[in-house]
Design a protein around this ligand. Structure first.
Ligand SMILES: Cc1ncc(COP(=O)(O)O)c(C=O)c1O
Length: 407
C-alpha cells in the first residue's frame, strides 16, 4: 500500500475564501476581465502575465478564477504540479491525446477502457492519421511489443471500465519512460484511492462527472499534469484546450469545490459497501468480480498501488452469462427490490447499474468485447451508500437467488 494521503493534500492546498471572508468561495462568472492599463493586454497574450504571474485574468476560456480554484485542489489531490478543468471527461481525454499526438503518430491503449474513449481511438483519431494498437496492459510484453518508432503515448485506466482490470502503473511508467513515451492514465474509477502521478503516470485524467462530483448533476473533467504540458494545452496558437474550447462553467466548478471536501468520506463509504456486497455474493457462489476481494487475481497488484485507508473502490460486476439474464437481474433489482437504479455513469450516492455490452461499451464490437474479456451478460454496478447495509445485502441476495446466479 502507498502512504500518500490525497485527503490531507486537498486540505493543505491554499484555501480560497469567498468575498467578505465567506467560507465558500465566490463564483466569478465574468467571461472577460478588465485590464486597467492597455500595455498589460499584449503581455497577457504573450504569456508574460497570467493567473500565475501577477494574478492577471483575461478571458474565461483561457483561465477563470473559480475554475482555477477547483483545478488547484485537484492538482493537490493528484499530487501534480498543475491541473486544468474541462467541460467533460471526454474533452479532457481528447484534448490531451490531440496535444500529444500529431498526424502519423501512434498510441498504445489498454483494450479495456470506456466505450467513448475506445471510439475516439478506434474510429475518430484514425481519420486524423493517429492510430492505436489495443493491448491487454496486464501483459507488459505485449505492450512492449506494440511500441513503434512513431508511438507517443501509452493510455490506460487505473481500473478498467467495465472489466475492472487493474493497470500496473509503475511497470507501465517504467516502460513508457524507457521509450520516451507519455503515460496517460484515466483515474475516473479510483479517485483518492489511487494516485497515478505518484506511481509514475505523466498525465492523470478524470471524468469529474462520476465519484468526484458525486451527485450525478454535472458533466465535467480534469487534466492533472506538469505545468509545461498545461501551458501547451492553453497556448493561444496551438493549445488544444484553448482552441477546441471545452471550457468548464464557473458554476459547475463551484459545485464540485463544495463536494470535494467529502470525497474521501464518500470513497470510503462506497468501498466499504462494495466490499460487503462482494463478500456476500462470493459466499453465495454468485459470479461477482471485485478487485477488493482477496480471491481476485489482481488483488495483490491493486493492494500495492492503493493509498492506505480508502478501500478498494465502489465498482463491481456480476456476470449473468447472457444479456437476457442481465436485463432480468437489472429489472428485478430496480423494480422489485429498489436496490439501485438502471442508469449509466457511476459515483452516485445511490447504486447505479447497467448492462455494459449494450450501453457504455456498445461502441466496441462484439468481437473486441469478447477479446477484452467483456462477457455478454456483464452487469456493472457502482455501489452507493444509501439505505441500511443489512437491507442491501438481503436485497442482492434475494435477487441473485431468484435469477439462479448462486451455486
Ligand atoms: C472511465 C471513464 N472515463 C471517461 C469517461 C467520459 O466522461 P464524461 O462523460 O464526463 O465525458 C467515462 C464516462 O463514462 C468513463 O467511464
Amino acid at each position: 500500500m502507498q502512504n500518500y494521503n490525497p485527503e490531507e493534500a486537498i486540505q493543505k492546498a491554499v484555501r480560497e475564501f469567498g468575498e467578505h471572508g465567506g467560507v465558500a468561495p465566490s463564483i466569478s462568472r465574468s467571461s472577460t476581465f478588465t485590464v486597467m492599463d492597455p500595455r498589460v493586454m499584449p503581455e497577457i497574450f504573450q504569456g508574460v502575465r497570467g493567473p500565475d504571474k501577477d494574478g492577471c485574468y483575461l478571458y474565461s476560456r483561457h483561465f477563470n478564477p473559480t475554475v482555477s480554484v477547483l483545478a488547484r485542489y485537484l492538482a493537490a489531490m493528484e499530487g501534480t504540479e498543475y491541473a486544468l478543468c474541462t467541460a467533460s471527461g471526454m474533452s479532457a481525454i481528447s484534448c490531451t491525446l490531440l496535444q500529444l499526438c500529431e498526424h502519423a503518430d501512434h498510441i498504445i491503449s489498454s483494450d479495456t477502457i470506456y466505450g467513448g474513449t475506445h471510439a475516439l481511438l478506434e474510429e475518430m483519431l484514425p481519420s486524423m492519421g493517429i492510430t492505436t494498437t489495443f493491448v491487454d496492459v496486464t501483459d507488459i510484453r505485449a505492450v512492449e511489443k506494440a511500441i513503434r518508432p512513431e508511438t507517443r503515448v501509452i493510455y490506460a485506466e487505473s481500473i478498467g471500465n467495465p472489466t475492472l482490470k487493474i493497470s500496473d502503473i509503475p511497470v507501465l511508467s517504467r516502460l513508457a519512460h524507457e521509450h520516451h513515451l507519455t503515460l496517460v492514465v484515466d483515474n475516473t474509477f479510483s479517485p483518492i484511492m489511487i494516485t497515478p502521478g505518484k506511481l509514475g503516470a505523466d498525465v492523470v485524467i478524470h471524468s469529474l462527472t462520476k465519484f468526484i462530483n458525486g451527485a450525478s448533476d454535472a458533466i465535467a473533467g480534469v487534466i492533472c499534469c506538469e505545468k509545461e504540458f498545461a501551458y501547451q494545452l492553453m497556448d493561444v496558437h496551438t493549445g488544444r484546450l484553448m482552441l477546441l474550447g471545452p471550457t468548464m462553467d464557473p458554476r459547475t466548478a463551484f459545485d464540485i469545490i463544495q463536494r470535494l471536501p467529502h470525497l474521501a468520506i464518500r470513497i470510503k463509504a462506497h468501498g466499504a459497501r462494495a466490499l460487503a456486497i462482494a463478500n456476500r455474493l462470493e459466499e453465495l457462489g454468485a459470479p461477482v468480480t471485485y478487485p477488493g476481494l482477496s480471491s481476485h487475481p489482481q488483488h495483490g497488484l491493486l493492494k500495492s498501488m492503493v493509498n492506505r485507508g480508502f478501500g478498494f473502490g465502489g465498482m463491481l460486476t456480476i456476470d449473468c452469462g447472457s444479456r437476457g439474464c442481465a436485463e432480468k437481474l437489472l429489472d428485478y433489482l430496480q423494480n422489485i427490490e429498489r436496490f439501485g437504479l438502471i442508469a449509466v455513469s457511476l459515483g452516485y450516492f445511490d447504486t447505479l447499474m447497467s448492462h455494459s455490452g449494450s450501453s457504455t461499451s456498445s461502441e466496441i464490437t462484439a468481437e473486441d468485447q469478447r477479446r477484452m474479456g467483456l462477457s455478454p451478460g456483464l452487469v456493472r454496478m457502482s455501489i452507493g451508500f444509501t439505505g441500511s447495509l443489512k437491507n442491501r445485502l438481503a436485497q442482492i441476495e434475494r435477487a441473485v437467488k431468484k435469477l439462479g446466479l448462486t451455486v
